[in-house]
Every structure is written in structure tokens, then in C-alpha cells.
Design a protein around this ligand. Structure first.
Ligand code: NDP
Ligand SMILES: O=C(O)C(=O)[C@@H](O)[C@H](O)C(=O)CO
Length: 280
């Protein structure tokens, strides 16, 4: 689809570019302009969520961009407060109205909220929304293997994607392996760990110097070589281009291990452990 960015094929046949644009906090005219710029320079996958209050911004950028709708892959996510079946069906329709789109390419349950324990109902709504043509591919976000196993057991339908926190400080080795064994694509949120401490990391800087690349480029290349789809957010035209200019070099095994080795037990950005964290 995009001539710049390689693609992966999901278990339902949909192809996703391996780098997309995160949009958390991107809203209004500045948000529209930034997303249009991203599409103009080659981004095709755009990540949004009902709770980001920016589905309208994303939809407007889709209409203003010069790229046909069918070449774009737009994601949104169902909030925790709409997990009952009836509420989920309406929320998916509302997501579409907000964006003024006819369909989403990928729709995810944003968080499992295990204490609330309604995510199987929410999943049934996504399964039906896919049958009705409202969404092309359905997946989850922040789900642990036990949550996904329950979806499959109770509905017979496996998610195409699990979007999880993943960056060098939290490499999710076990969860990624479980996804690979079960044919689910890992999508990395906060892939740059929000570009704070990581920008001063000496290990990654050393590797970046060796390849004459920047720290974000090395980190995004690491995601790609792990087999994960990453969705770095940038509102800057310069940094958007930097973040997709990662396909002309490769990290060797030692470099991959050095970056993965930066992981810490407390490496989550905001201590949002899906086993206990609930978001509505
Ligand atoms: N499913 C979920 O629960 C979650 C999903 N997400 C999704 O993942 C996306 C990405 O995660 P996010 O938390 O935004 O964090 P990221 O790791 O993508 O980092 C974004 C930050 O890094 C800066 N940045 C981006 N590129 C560069 C660069 N090349 N050099 C220096 N700084 C850079 C951005 O600033 P600037 O814009 O100025 O370039 C911004 O401040 C979100 O936008 C959202 O779509 C995020 C959190 C949870
Ligand atoms: O950004 C998202 O997708 C979220 O799920 C939020 O929980 C985000 O991680 C956050 O921390 C908002 O304060």
C-alpha cells in the first residue's frame, strides 16, 4: 500500500504497515494538519481511540489528505464504560459518526478491565460489527494471554492484533512470544517510551552513532526487527519523517540483545498493569 513502509499480514488477511502514526493528544486544526502531513509523507496506518476525543480530527485528516480512503488503515478503540453488548454496538456506531467514516479498518477493545469483567460481551459486539461491515479487522489492546484465551473459548474468534505497552524499558518478551505462537500481531504503544529518558540512553546512543541514525530510529528499527507494528506519535513533520526512515539499515543480534537488555521489572511508563488497571 504505502511505497515506503513494509507490511505484515494479520490472521484475517488484512495487511498493516509496520509503522503507523499514534495520535494521543493530537486534536483540532493542528492535529488535522499534522495527520495530513503524515499521510502525505507515507504513513497509512493511523491510531486513534474514542477516549482520545480525536476521532473527528482523524476523519477530517482522512478527507483532506490526497490519499484515497481505501489506502488508509484507521484504528479506533472501545472504552471500558461501553463493554456491555448493547452499549458497545452503539459506541462503535458513535465512533464512526464522530469520524464521519463508513468503516474502521481496525477496531480494538481498549483495556480488558478484568474487575468489571464484561470484555467478552464487548468482544461479541466487535465480532458482530465486523459481520455488519462496520470494521474490517478486530483486535484488543492491553489484553493478557488469559483474557485472549477466554475470548477464543467463549466466542471462537481470535483477535488479529494486541496493542500493548512495548519499548526498550519494557520489552514484553513473554507476551510477544505468546502472540507469535498464537498468530496474533503485537502492536507497540508508547514505542519510544514517550521520548523522555530514552533520548539520553548511552547504550542506544552508542548503537545510533554506529549506524549514523538517531535514538528514535534505532528504537523503531528494534520494534520492526522484533516483528512488532509500532505507532510512534509525532506532531512534527521532521520527526514524522525521521520515524519512518528506518528501512535502510539493520541491527545485528548483539545490538538487538543490548536494547532488549534495558528492560526493567518496573519499566511500565505509568504503572498500568492490565491485570489490575481499569480505564473507562
Ligand atoms: N492502547 C493503549 O492503551 C495506548 C495506546 N497509545 C497509542 O500509542 C501512540 C504512541 O504512544 P505515545 O504515548 O504517544 O508515545 P511515543 O512513545 O510515541 O512518544 C511520543 C512522544 O515522543 C515525541 N517524539 C516522537 N518522535 C520523536 C523523535 N523522532 N524525536 C524526538 N521526540 C519524538 C513526541 O513529540 P512530538 O509530537 O513533538 O514529536 C511525543 O512527545 C499514542 O499516540 C496512541 O495512539 C498510547 C498509550 C496507551
Ligand atoms: O493513551 C491511551 O491509549 C490510554 O489507554 C491511556 O491510559 C494512557 O495510557 C494514559 O495514561 C492517559 O493518561
Amino acid at each position: 500500500m504505502s511505497n515506503l513502509i513494509p507490511e505484515v499480514t494479520l490472521n484475517d488477511g488484512l495487511k498493516l504497515p509496520v509503522v503507523g502514526l499514534g495520535t494521543y493528544t493530537m486534536r483540532g486544526s493542528a492535529g488535522v494538519n499534522a495527520i495530513v502531513n503524515a499521510i502525505d509523507i507515507g504513513y497509512r496506518l493511523i491510531d486513534s481511540a474514542y477516549n482520545y476525543e480525536n476521532e473527528g480530527t482523524v476523519g477530517e485528516a482522512v478527507r483532506r489528505s490526497s490519499v484515497p480512503r481505501e489506502q488508509l488503515l484507521i484504528t479506533s478503540k472501545l472504552p471500558g464504560r461501553y463493554h456491555t453488548y448493547d452499549k458497545a454496538v452503539v459506541a462503535i456506531q458513535e465512533s464512526l459518526y464522530r469520524a464521519n467514516l463508513d468503516y474502521y479498518d481496525l477496531y480494538l477493545i481498549h483495556w480488558p478491565n478484568p474487575k468489571q469483567d464484561q470484555y467478552v460481551e464487548a468482544w461479541q459486539a466487535l465480532v458482530d460489527a465486523q459481520k455488519w461491515g462496520l470494521v474490517r479487522s478486530i483486535g484488543v489492546s492491553n489484553f493478557l494471554p488469559e483474557h485472549i484465551e477466554r475470548l477464543v473459548k467463549e466466542t471462537g474468534v481470535k483477535p488479529s492484533v494486541n496493542q500493548i505497552e512495548l519499548h526498550p524499558f519494557f520489552n514484553q518478551a513473554e507476551q510477544r512470544q505468546w502472540h507469535a505462537e498464537n498468530g496474533i500481531i503485537t502492536e507497540s504503544w508508547s514505542p519510544l517510551a514517550k521520548a523522555n529518558d530514552i533520548m539520553n540512553n548511552e547504550v542506544i546512543q552508542q548503537i545510533a552513532d554506529r549506524h549514523q541514525k538517531s535514538i528514535p530510529q534505532v528504537v523503531l528499527r528494534w520494534h520492526y526487527q522484533l516483528g512488532a507494528v509500532s505507532i510512534p506519535k509525532s506532531a512534527s513533520a521532521y520527526r514524522q519523517l525521521e520515524n519512518i526512515s528506518i528501512f535502510d539499515f539493520a541491527l545485528d543480534e548483539t545490538e538487538m540483545t543490548m536494547i532488549s537488555g534495558l528492560t526493567r521489572a518496573d519499566g511500565r511508563m505509568r504503572n498500568q498493569d492490565p491485570a489490575v488497571y481499569e480505564e473507562f
